[in-house]
Ligand binder design. Sequence first.
Ligand SMILES: Cc1cc2nc3c(=O)[nH]c(=O)nc-3n(C[C@H](O)[C@H](O)[C@H](O)COP(=O)(O)OP(=O)(O)OC[C@H]3O[C@@H](n4cnc5c(N)ncnc54)[C@H](O)[C@@H]3O)c2cc1C
Length: 410
Amino acid sequence: MERKLKNSNGTDIAIIGGGPSSAFAAIEALKRKKEVEIFEEHSKIGIPIQCAGLISHSGFKRLKIKVPKNCIQNKVRGSIIYSPNNKKVVIKRKSTQALVIDRSLLDKFLIRNAENLDGKIHIKARVLELIKGKNNNVLGIKVKKDGKIIEKYSKIIIDGEGVQAKFIRQVGLPKVKRSYIIPAVQYEMSNVDIIKDFVEMFFGRRISPGFFAYIIPTSEETARVAAATNYGRPIDYLKYFIKRHPIASKKLQRGKIDKISAGSILIGGPIKKTYSNQFLGIGDAVGHVKPTTGGGVVLGGLCAKIAGEVASEAIDKNDTSENFLVKYDKLWRDKFGREFQYQKILRLLINNVPDKILDKGFEAISKNNIPELVEEIGDMDIQSNILKKVLFSPRIFKLLISFIYALIFP
Ligand SMILES: Cc1cc2nc3c(=O)[nH]c(=O)nc-3n(C[C@H](O)[C@H](O)[C@H](O)COP(=O)(O)OP(=O)(O)OC[C@H]3O[C@@H](n4cnc5c(N)ncnc54)[C@H](O)[C@@H]3O)c2cc1C
């Protein structure tokens, strides 16, 4: 077999990137007694970070993670969602719905779990390229570490490199469409006048066309505040949001900006194929992100766990060809494919309707007791059940039909 490990320099699974998806994949493979090495280009795990840190309580349960207390900055029990004309829909529950997390600490905690299972973590180790053999098979990676270029051979590569998806393209998998990558700018702010246990989301073309602006409280008077858009510079939208938005400005304009970060939010759902010979793509690299909210830790993590399981099985069966690895693609699509699809439909709908229709949609949502329905059966990660119910409720359905009619006969 072409795939032989060069003794001193081989491993079962080499993982590109030290983000949460990589950690989840690694942990599953390590539990199955596989040799795993993770390569992270930065000098510290979890730094820099581009994330609001909002992760559902139920998501952590699904991931089977008990979050250490030091990672938890705040707990929220609901959200307030503002329409373009500032009508608000409030969704509230009595108990905690989501945790606001220090993502740097969470990432460190996850990687430490992999280390405790004998995973080998290389920091300041930038993967430069894939080593390919005959038939274009991936045999390993070329890594720059401590100024030296090393070659690391492995039976399988798991690619958790995040949104840039350079290696995804190198193995010939489809790339995420540009229009589905939404640049975002986020401020960490102090001295803001916010509601500690509610997340606030603001829609509208003037605020954050193509996504939404948000305020995520990290304490009584600190918050993560962001705008994301691919219609111009998100920083300009964020400044406008803080200074001029009739509701948000009252909460934020006297605030102090303590930190700025920028990143890209994915809204298009997964790419069409996430595996190749000896290669599996996970997390942001393959679009395992909720198109409605841009959250990628939970669904990305759940799919990455499947990658760790399937990679281990492939090694046990001595078949790392794509004929076997297709199993990963099938398994995650069976579990979450419909979820990504429903959420993408809703995201595209919101992005394409004029603000006036969105305002009407918000009104219809309030009149149809949909917030109460969401309070009762809503789920931050698995949203397809509630989406079906909402989209097919009589008034919303009528609104949708009139919107489609207006699009066809403007
Ligand atoms: C503004 C913003 C807010 C967000 N808020 C939330 C939120 O509230 N909740 C939520 O669930 N999700 C949120 N997300 C999405 C979330 O951050 C991502 O989905 C998540 O980080 C994906 O994890 P990952 O492991 O796939 O990739 P990443 O976390 O991006 O990790 C990839 C890692 O690979 C490393 N890497 C890349 N290339 C190489 C290379 N060549 N060699 C070595 N290492 C490499 C990178 O340095 C990085 O550490 C947000 C995203 C943005 C931009």
